[in-house]
Design a protein around this ligand. Structure first.
Ligand SMILES: C[S@@+](CC[C@H](N)C(=O)[O-])C[C@H]1O[C@@H](n2cnc3c(N)ncnc32)[C@H](O)[C@@H]1O
Length: 352
């Protein structure tokens, strides 16, 4: 059974909070169902290929895991109208001119299976639940990846986090997938087929992404979408994915000012600050920051207000103390609040 780098990326980024139920779609070897067994009371693993289902069943038995149910079927079909706290999926996602590998080919667009999974989420995700999907998405000029996801969610109030883990140009993607390397002509024809398919789809590049989708935290609030570009995780990063949701939601709170007044703030950990000069850019930034020791490090340009707050936060500070310190630098209170909001959003400072 297939276990690839994409399987590992999903395994490393899955949020592992204790939950009642998990659904692993496109389970294959069952790797994500087996991992979910430790933090989920009940796990349902689904694959359309009976051989994959048998493999998952065998793996669960071999590991003595008794809370995994295995079903053969097409995506949500075996679970009817059931809802789950966590849904994981690593579907066949390759935008392919052929239809030869059931675990790989996602139709010409690569989205045949992915789209049906996302469409099904509002019906199958329990309140407070989240879905984590590792996939590739073809990227078109001037079309944000998220617009497709919003269309598929059909107005459901769900927040979307997309982590862009790696990017391939259409040309290198076609060469990488072409077959016939024993025969030059066959290989060139295959490269042509793959690149023509990508061109027909309008894809200029193909991006590996982890998509996390959750119900929005308030019925009234507008659902948000956040996209981050970062390195693929080498260690378990589920807690960091969860933290991104917590930070984004906190930074969007309308009463953030009131919350800040009631608590102290401190740096989230050791922070690497790289002094930099930006040439030929509109962006007014003079340093780049990243939280050291992260499994999913995010590098962010800081403006001078953000930088000064971070540098001067040697110990936990109240909002009033931060404002006094920054007044010495002639920063306006409004700019300070904006900077704190951004530092919270990017996980550089936390409340104690
Ligand atoms: C890329 S593999 C992922 C395997 C495993 N989850 C992992 O991460 O290593 C995709 C799997 O999706 C299954 N699959 C394809 N179409 C499906 C469908 N319509 N419903 C359920 N499973 C499907 C394939 O049989 C294959 O096992």
């Amino acid at each position: 059974m297939y276990v690839g780098i994409d399987s590992r990326w999903l395994a490393r980024t899955t949020v592992r909070n204790p939950v009642s139920s998990t659904l692993d779609l496109c389970t294959g070897s069952g790797v994500h169902a087996l991992l979910a067994s430790s933090n989920s009371k009940r796990v349902v693993a689904v694959d359309i290929n009976p051989r994959a289902a048998r493999c998952t069943y065998f793996n669960a038995k071999a590991l003595g895991l008794t809370n995994i149910e295995v079903a053969v079927g097409d995506l949500f079909e075996p679970v009817y109208d059931e809802k789950f706290d966590l849904i994981t999926a690593n579907p066949p996602f390759v935008p392919s001119p052929v239809d030869t590998l059931g675990y790989r080919d996602g139709g010409n667009s690569g989205e045949d299976i992915l789209q049906r999974i996302v469409v099904g989420l509002p019906n199958h995700l329990a309140p407070g639940g989240s879905a984590q999907i590792i996939t590739e998405l073809g990227e078109r000029m001037d079309e944000p990846l998220t617009s497709r996801l919003r269309v598929w969610l059909n107005g459901a109030k769900m927040d979307i986090l997309i982590l862009r883990l790696s990017v391939n140009s259409a040309a290198s993607y076609s060469i990488g997938h072409a077959n016939g390397d024993e025969d030059y002509d066959t290989f060139l024809n295959s490269v042509h087929d793959w690149s023509s398919n990508l061109r027909k789809q309008g894809y200029t590049q193909v991006v590996s992404v982890l998509i996390t989708i959750k119900w929005s935290d308030t019925i009234l609030g507008e659902p948000w979408t956040r996209v981050e570009e970062l390195q693929p995780p080498h260690n378990n990063a589920g807690k960091e994915v969860e933290a991104l949701f917590i930070q984004e939601r906190l930074s969007r709170k309308l009463n953030l000012y009131e919350i800040l007044k009631q608590s102290k703030m401190r740096r989230a950990g050791p922070i690497g600050l790289t002094e930099a000069r930006l040439l030929g850019s509109e962006l007014r930034a003079n340093s780049q920051a990243n939280l050291l020791g992260s499994a999913l490090p995010i590098f962010k340009w800081l403006n001078n207000v953000e930088e000064e707050i971070l540098v001067r936060m040697e110990k936990p500070l109240t909002l009033a103390e931060i404002i006094v310190i920054t007044q010495e630098l002639n920063f306006q209170e409004e700019a300070v609040i904006l900077a704190i909001r951004s530092l919270i959003r990017n996980g550089f400072i936390i409340m104690t």
